[in-house]
Design a protein around this ligand. Structure first.
Ligand SMILES: [Zn+2]
Length: 135
């Protein structure tokens, strides 16, 4: 993979089947996207912590038109922003497994890691499954 910058460990984690989020070793602030230096306390000591791929839907949108997204997503697809349970409220994006499902803000979800193809490159992605009713 090219041009990963500070997020490299996130993408490597996904490729190995794990969701990892960066955390400051000094002040314990979570960072998404990843940073090279903590903006909260100025520390350069950052670590990557494995977190459960679980959370609640923070926002979502359903896409009906093709515009170059990976073909694995099909049409329509639902993009979701999910607030993680274990990462200080940090949010990750992905798609919902059921594109025609009734989606609600606050709905609990759990992710599986899938492989998508974009411009000939295999890229891991999060596909979220609904696990219960909205709070
Ligand atoms: Zn910090």
């Amino acid at each position: 993979m090219r041009g990963l910058g500070a997020d490299e460990a996130y993408w490597k984690g996904l490729a190995e089947g794990q969701v990892k989020v960066q955390r400051c070793s000094h002040c314990h602030h979570w960072h998404v996207p990843a940073v090279f230096r903590c903006g909260e306390c100025g520390s350069w000591e950052l670590q990557w912590q494995r977190v459960a791929p679980r959370g609640r839907i923070f926002s979502w949108t359903r896409t009906w038109h093709e515009f170059g997204a990976p073909k694995e997503l099909g049409l329509p697809f639902v993009s979701v922003v999910v607030e993680l349970d274990e990462a200080g409220g940090r949010r990750l994006m992905g798609t919902l497994a059921e594109p025609m499902a009734e989606v609600k803000i606050g709905q609990p979800v759990e992710a599986e890691i899938i492989q998508t193809t974009f411009e000939g490159e295999t890229i891991p992605a999060l596909r979220w499954h609904r696990t219960g009713a909205a709070a």
